[in-house]
Design a protein around this ligand. Sequence first.
Ligand SMILES: [Zn+2]
Ligand SMILES: [Zn+2]
Length: 189
Amino acid sequence: MRVTDTQVACEAAARPDVAEEYQNYCVECSISYIPEGQTSTFVIPMEPVMRENIEPRIGRGLPAGISFNGLRLDQSAPVDAILSAYTIAAFDDCGGHVNPHVGYHTHIVTDCQEAVESIEGETSIIGIAMDGFPILQPLSAADAKATELDECNGHFAEGIGYHYHAGEPASNKILPCHKGHTIKPERRP
Ligand SMILES: [Zn+2]
Ligand SMILES: [Zn+2]
């Protein structure tokens, strides 16, 4: 098995246009490659406002949301790029890994995200979406409420209001989209 084992190799392999010599690789980027003391700032509206059209920014510099314990809940893992270069950046037990651009992030919701109890009949809240609506743990497919979720995996419930349910881990989609206004991310250098 071939694994990237230096920072240079990680950076060459952890991008959509993988350098030819790093095709057919397991991409392993160490948290030690991220400069110490690096911080990330996320701006989330405190009072979410619904948009008329769906917000298309997930995956254009904007994550799906942030968990209460500080995990970046990211866009879907890029299956097309993975399959075209035969590179895979394996997940740890939390469905997360490091890349040199955003640092540590997760692509699925597991029990690594600290959960806060919500209301009777709903799953626990694990964090907040970039439009300010809460993200709850996935609904099981057997739950009747799963059929009433909208295109962004959200619905309304008395007592908690509009909220999202993260997709099941196998769906490779924490959130498909945002229903509310998000704040445009700063351009990356
Ligand atoms: Zn990733
Ligand atoms: Zn719900």
